[in-house]
Every structure is written in C-alpha cells, then in structure tokens.
Design a protein around this ligand. Structure first.
Ligand code: UFG
Length: 354
C-alpha cells in the first residue's frame, strides 16, 4: 500500500532527483517527466538504485516536454497521479537576461501547460519550485513570507508570474491545493555519493565552483567582493542541504491536504554563511585549503539574505538539520567520485524499469 502517486516534472534534475529518492523512501510511487535538456537519465537509474527499503515506492519515467499539454494529460490520467511537484524550468539568471523569451516560454507557458493538464484530469494538488529570488533585494533579514516580493531579472520575474498564476487559480476555484516552496541556496549531494548537481559548463554558483577548484579544474575561487556590510565583508546566503530540501517536499505533500488554496513557504535553514565560511567548510571537507582571490563585486548581488524558516516548521512540520560541514562533505564526495558528473556513465537512452 503506497501513499499515492506523485508526478515530478524535471525529476531528473538536481533537486528533483534528490526529492524522488526521499519520496520513494517515504512510500510514494514516483512518476518522472523530464525532457533531459539539462539533466541525465543516468540520474534516474541511480535514484532507483539508491532508493531502497521495505516500503519504498516504484519509479517510472517518461521523456516529455512540459509544453506538451496533451502528453502530460495522458501521463496524469494513465498513471493515476494524485499530486504534482513541478521542478522543470530554466534557472540561470545571466542567461535569462540574454534570452528572456526562452525563460517566459519554458517557465511561465510551461507551468500554464502543466496546470491545464492538471485541470483537465482533476489533479488539484501542486507543489511548485519557487525561489527566494522572489524577494528581490530583501527589505529585511531574516526574510519571512510576508516580505514584499520583487525581482531584478527575467528569471526571477518568471517565478513571480507563476506564483501569481497559482494565486489567481486558487482565488477562482477553492478545489486547488497549491504550495510554492521558496528555496534559499541548495547545495550538497546525496550521502551515497551517487547523486549530485551536474552543472553544464562552468558553474555560476559558489559551492559547485569551489568543488571544481578543489578538483583542479580552475586555479582559484573568485570571491565577488569583500567590502559588503557583513562581518567578514563577503556575501551571506542561507545554504541548505539538498536532502533537507528534498525532505521539505515530502513534508509539503503530506501536509497539503490541510492547506487549501495558495500557500508560500520558505525552505531555508535560518542561518546565513559568508563566502569565506563556505570556502573554509569546503577546505575542511577536501582536507586542504581551497585557494581563493578577492575580485570585484558581481553585479546584481545583494549583501545578505537568509530565511525565517518558522512557517515551514509550523505548517509542514519540517526543518533543516544538516550543517554547512555536511553540505560541503557530501558535495565533495559527489564531485570527487563523479568528476564528469553523469556523463562518465551510460551515454545511451534509458531503459525504464519494469
Ligand atoms: N560567489 C562568489 N564567487 C563565485 C560564485 C558566487 O563569491 O564564484 C558569491 C556570490 O557573490 C554570493 C554567494 O557567493 O555572495 C552565493 O552565490 P551563488 O551564485 O551561489 O548564489 P546566489 O545567491 O547569487 O543565487 C541564488 C540562486 C539563483 C537565485 C538567486 C537569488 O542560484 O537562482 O539565489 O535568489 F536567483
């Protein structure tokens, strides 16, 4: 007897694959749809290997673009889906400035396509991957869910528009249960070392870049400014272990029956760490100093953001427990065992499990 069937869009990606493992472990049957445009089927093979246990659910997957409303409608009906977690989307800030139409098409029109398919099949429970980016340059820290929303780039605006779309849907029809989870800075990897983040090209984000420096792929970490009004002068973020984040989705699905309408919840630790603190944690994990140099500030960066995570504990009964040292150790285990990410294995198309 499983808990039900949950569809994950973008379930082969970084956060999706970790969430699939935790949902399977909690007894959910998981159906992934992914177009593998920025992810690998190998991740799903590994999800199936890692997620074991007496009550683990079953994993199935379909190669599908979320723009394909008819295809999604068939999957929702044929797989008897009870709830959806919507990860699929584009997420690079710089790219969104250069290619805004692509971002609006994939993130906004893609979400509308999914919601139309859900509406057509009577699936009314959705957990949406939102981001702390919807707070723009925050008016105060820690940031709680009542803070004003805003965005300073097209990527952020697509997240705002999708949240607005969900609010409008909830206002029009009280049958929907729509939860937007606003992620802070996800880092780390599955403790097995089998699953992790596999960024395309040179990573923009701090932790994957640090790990590539540690692996010898770049000479040093560029610290973007040490003249911010923070204790050591470097930027402060709320880094959250991807497995804690994944468990937040399990908690969200299991609480969503009690949360009709639209609800937005922060997923963060409530603790901020500076760039130098992250480099120090990574150096401990790697066992030697990771070299860095301070360079100019990166345009668009804010000095400090971290979450007020109390609402997640109250509504979902969830809080993050993993430390920055665990994030760094797990990220390094993944990086050092998979120097080419998923590309080191199984280039062929996937064979869905029976
Ligand atoms: N940083 C460096 N060097 C690097 C990369 C980052 O010093 O090579 C610093 C940044 O200046 C910042 C911190 O490390 O202070 C974290 O930077 P990330 O790029 O890892 O994360 P951001 O907080 O800038 O970005 C994240 C998400 C985005 C989201 C944004 C705003 O990755 O998707 O938060 O919410 F839009």
């Amino acid at each position: 007897m499983t808990r039900g069937t949950v569809l994950l869009t973008g379930g082969a990606g970084y956060i999706g694959s970790h969430t699939a493992v935790e949902l399977l472990g909690a007894g959910w049957d998981v159906v992934v749809v992914d177009d593998f445009s920025n992810s690998s089927p190998v991740a799903l093979e590994r999800v199936a290997q890692v997620a074991t246990g007496p009550s683990a659910g079953h994993l199935r997957w379909h190669r599908l673009d979320i723009a394909d409303t008819a295809g999604l409608t068939s999957v929702l009906a044929d797989e008897a889906v009870d709830a959806v977690v919507h990860f699929a989307g584009l997420k690079a800030v710089g790219e969104s400035v250069a290619q805004p139409l692509r971002y609006y098409t994939v993130n906004v029109a893609g979400s509308a396509s999914l919601l139309r398919a859900m509406d057509a099949t009577g699936v009314r429970r959705l957990v949406f991957s939102s981001s702390c980016t919807v707070y723009g340059d925050p008016e105060r820290v820690p940031i709680d869910e009542t803070a004003a929303r805003g965005a300073s780039n097209p990527y952020g605006r697509t997240k705002l528009v999708v949240e607005d779309m969900l609010m409008d849907l909830a206002a029009a029809d009280d049958g929907w249960q729509l939860l937007a989870l606003r992620y802070f800075n996800p880092v780390g990897a599955h403790a097995s070392g089998r699953l992790g983040e596999d960024p395309e090209g040179i990573p923009n984000n701090l932790m994957p870049y640090i790990m590539q420096v540690a692996a010898g792929r770049h000479p040093f970490v560029r610290v973007f400014g040490d003249d911010y009004p923070t204790p050591d002068g470097t930027g402060i973020r709320d880094y959250i272990h991807v497995v804690d984040l994944a468990l937040g989705h399990v908690a969200a699905l299991e609480s969503s029956d009690d949360l009709p309408g639209f609800t937005a919840v922060n997923l963060g630790t409530g603790r901020g760490s500076s760039v130098l603190e992250v480099i120090a944690a990574a150096s401990r994990a790697v066992g030697r100093d990771v070299p860095y140099q301070v360079v100019e500030r990166r345009p668009g960066d804010v000095a400090a953001t971290w979450a007020e995570p109390a609402l997640a504990e109250k509504l979902l009964g969830w809080r993050a427990t993993r430390t920055l040292d665990e994030m760094a150790a797990d990220h390094w285990r993944w990086q050092s065992r998979n120097p080419q990410g998923y590309a080191g294995e199984g280039a062929g198309p996937p064979t869905p499990p029976a």
